[in-house]
Design a protein around this ligand. Structure first.
Ligand code: AKG
Length: 208
């Protein structure tokens, strides 16, 4: 497969690293973290071999199907994990190890999101639940169509919204107090676009 050639981010063996100078967040972007060949291979594998499912969300007594497909993988030895949950695939474990080596942090779970087309997206939110802990470290890997990732500070209205195009093979690290002070969003678009697969690696510690 030879998709997403419209990008010049795959400049060599070293990813292009950006550290964002923003308050209340440790945000780091690695463009070309995976090579073009790796990215094409993982995209194809994850698109076709992941156990995708539709899920719903209830807000004010109304249930909505969320506009994307998801899949969850977690170490079964992790307290509270579903013993019948998905088994890690060799590809997911290889991606996880490469990310862990880069960021010097271990993850025990990943949420995969599939944005099938421009009608799929995710509304403003932060990833801060009691299962994940207060200042959780999230490593987000993207394959496929570039989608803009928007971030806004929850209380500092003087800080402009940040928009990061998450290109094929990119790693975005959200650490420090990012989830406490910032929220993020993937907007929908009327453009005719290809699917995008996103993986957010997390460390789940349940309060049992
Ligand atoms: O697709 C993305 O880049 C963001 C996914 C996300 O916000 C989430 O999994 O909580």
């Amino acid at each position: 497969m030879n998709l997403f050639n419209d990008t010049d981010i795959f400049t060599g063996s070293q990813p292009n690293k950006t550290i964002f100078d923003l308050p209340d967040t440790d945000l780091m972007l690695f463009e070309g973290f995976f090579t073009k060949e790796e990215s094409d291979r993982y995209y194809d594998n994850l698109l076709h071999n992941t156990k995708w499912k539709e899920t719903d969300l209830t807000i004010y007594d109304k249930t909505h199907i969320i506009p994307r497909m998801v899949s969850w993988y977690e170490d079964k030895t992790n307290p509270g994990a579903d013993p019948n949950g998905n088994d890690w695939t060799p590809e997911l474990l290889t991606i996880k190890t490469k990310v862990e080596d880069e960021v010097s942090f271990k993850f025990n779970a990943v949420l995969l999101n599939l944005y099938r087309n421009g009608k799929d997206g995710v509304g403003w939110h932060s990833d801060r639940t009691e299962n994940f802990g207060k200042n959780q470290v999230i490593a987000s890997v993207s394959f496929g169509e570039t989608r803009p990732f928007r971030l806004r500070h929850k209380t500092r209205k003087d800080i402009p919204m940040v928009e990061i195009p998450l290109t094929h093979g990119t790693l975005l690290l959200m650490a420090g107090t990012t989830q406490t002070h910032w929220e993020h969003h993937i907007p929908k678009t009327a453009k005719d676009i290809l699917p995008r697969v996103n993986l957010t690696f997390r460390q789940v510690k349940r309060q049992l």
